[in-house]
Design a protein around this ligand. Structure first.
Ligand SMILES: Nc1ncnc2c1ncn2[C@@H]1O[C@H](COP(=O)(O)OP(=O)(O)OP(=O)(O)O)[C@@H](O)[C@H]1O
Ligand SMILES: [Mg+2]
Length: 508
């Protein structure tokens, strides 16, 4: 079978894989599906911005605020919590909890699959659909995947004339003898370096052992899940000597000035100071970033130097470019100057973020509010995303678009978390958080009150909210969000021993 045929997908399967038009925009105004697996962003002008159709949305808020009656505005104001009460406990946290538990029940590893070639020969259209979702997963961004129907016969035909890839996944639904016979036939055409994973229906340890004896790397009993397949690939290709890849958490604003950087910096501070977990904060707002100001640092070098020559960035250079703000927090700062302009290159960012991730268990990215190929790529490859929005119509429209686009592009990941910030600005008509959540179709993970005294003091002093007013609800909200993003608890000093010893001394 020739190269073209290798990429062939059964028409039936292909039709199942075509995304359905968005259920609630049957008029067809929905967004173009963004191809996040495509890394050739340089020539890929980003997709047209999409008009948000308010005519049939479930928005309770009119597009023109002046259209809202006084009665409605009063009602919203009543529903709105006051600034002091506004940090609400989210009702439901996330669609999938932190750690990315998948429907299949297995946690997805955060390791990238290396640049390997993978052929999958499915016998069942459901498995074909699963494999398509695996191929589209961000962890396989670097791998090259071909999927075909036809099971072992298609594989034998293909490899009669072509060399075998790094990994072959093959579905074999026959009885034991048939499976073993097929594996022997496949072995005759397989190159020595190829690993083979068999997907079968028989849950039988003896068959498993016989397959392993014949050189099969893994035997999965179907029906397979996306998580199971990715974990198997990770298990086969993750280098045990390689440092584990740190968790990447990307913060973006639904529009400019909503407080996304404030969130990113405060969460980074909580992870380092409250959870005692090492974190590197990267400020990607090159001309206007505020991370240096917020942490009272004035670094002379940082991300810009790394971006100029990404290939040169190794652990030693990274060490020199990072500012150590505290024991657990390092800052990769933006130059925050207008001396230069920057041509942003997706690959350069990719390479820099990879280097950082390999050195620290938690990487927090402060992304400016823009939609460019490189920023889109960073969002699409993040382990966690936090969208910050203010309770107004522009934020709502943008959040809805961002949420839909990112969920579509990251079908095997938890949806982005949503923070509503600056709730309760006096005299400003606002969309109640409940309505905002309903219109987005997702729970709000954190609501922060508008508190200019607290946030202004922190910003002007180069301090975090947890330092200025640790008992405030905002400070608590940041800790709560940091815990959920990292799946870690606040570190507690163990004092039990001391207390016991002390009480013995004082005889209590
Ligand atoms: N809850 C809040 N109450 C009052 N002020 C706030 C609150 N959150 C953030 N701010 C203030 O809002 C301003 C903008 O915040 P920030 O720079 O974090 O926004 P941003 O979304 O990152 O903006 P940009 O689009 O410029 O990157 C800052 O002065 C910050 O102190
Ligand atoms: Mg910002």
């Amino acid at each position: 079978m020739n190269e073209d045929n290798k990429r062939y997908i059964e028409p039936d399967l292909a039709s199942q894989l075509t995304p359905e038009p968005d259920a609630d925009n049957g008029e067809g105004h929905g967004y173009e599906e963004a191809d996040f697996t495509d890394t050739s962003y340089a020539e890929d002008p980003y997709s047209e911005p999409v008009a948000y159709d308010t005519s049939e949305s479930d928005l309770t808020y009119e597009a023109d605020q002046e259209m809202a009656s006084q009665e409605e505005q009063d009602e919203w104001q009543q529903e709105m919590t006051t600034a002091d009460e506004a940090v609400l406990e989210p009702e439901v946290v996330v669609a999938a909890p932190v750690g990315q538990e998948m429907p299949g029940g297995l946690p997805l590893q955060d390791r990238m699959i290396p640049r390997i070639s993978i052929d999958a020969f499915c016998d069942d259209s459901d498995s074909g659909v699963v494999m398509q979702r695996v191929a589209a997963d961000r962890r396989l961004n670097r791998a090259h995947v071909n999927i075909q129907m036809g099971g072992v016969e298609a594989a034998l035909e293909t490899y009669a004339t072509a060399s075998t890839p790094d990994l072959v996944l093959i579905e074999m639904f026959g009885e034991r003898d048939k499976v073993l016979g097929d594996i022997d036939r496949l072995a005759e055409v397989c190159d020595a370096g190829t690993k083979v994973v068999v997907i079968g229906k028989i849950n039988d340890i003896i068959l498993y052992r016989e397959l392993v004896q014949r050189g099969v790397s893994e035997y999965l009993v179907g029906p397979i899940t996306v998580a199971q397949v990715i974990d198997t690939m990770s298990g086969l290709y993750a280098d045990p000597d390689m440092a584990p890849i740190g968790r990447s958490i990307v913060f973006t604003g639904a529009k400019g000035g909503v407080g996304s950087s404030t969130l990113a910096h405060n969460v980074a501070w909580c992870v380092s100071e409250r959870m005692k977990h090492d974190v590197t904060l990267i400020d990607l707002d090159l001309p206007f970033g505020t991370a240096g100001l917020d942490f009272n640092e004035d670094p002379t070098q940082g991300v810009a130097e790394a971006l100029m020559d990404p290939e040169r960035l190794d652990d030693q250079l990274l060490d020199r470019l990072l500012v150590k703000c505290s024991e657990h927090l390092s800052l990769f700062a933006s130059p925050s100057s207008l001396e230069r302009t920057y041509v942003m290159d997706t690959e350069a960012f990719d390479s820099i973020l990879d280097t950082v991730r390999a050195t620290v268990p938690c990487m927090i990215v402060d992304l400016p509010h823009i939609w460019e190929p490189w920023s889109r790529h960073i969002l699409s490859t993040a382990d966690e995303i936090v969208i910050t929005a203010t309770p107004d119509l522009a934020s709502l429209r943008n959040t809805k678009n961002l949420m839909e686009t990112l969920v579509q592009a990251r079908q095997n990941d938890a949806r982005p978390k949503l923070v509503i910030n600056q709730l309760g600005i006096p005299k400003r008509p606002e969309i109640p958080a409940k309505d905002f959540a309903e219109a987005i179709g997702a729970e709000v993970d954190l609501i922060l009150p508008f508190d200019p005294q607290l946030f202004g003091t922190a910003a002007n002093n180069g301090q975090m909210i947890g330092e200025v007013k640790p008992e405030s609800k905002a400070a608590q909200g940041f800790v709560d969000l940091a815990q959920r993003l990292t799946n870690r608890e606040v570190a507690v000093k163990k004092q039990a021993g001391v207390t016991k010893f002390w009480s013995q001394l004082v005889g209590k």
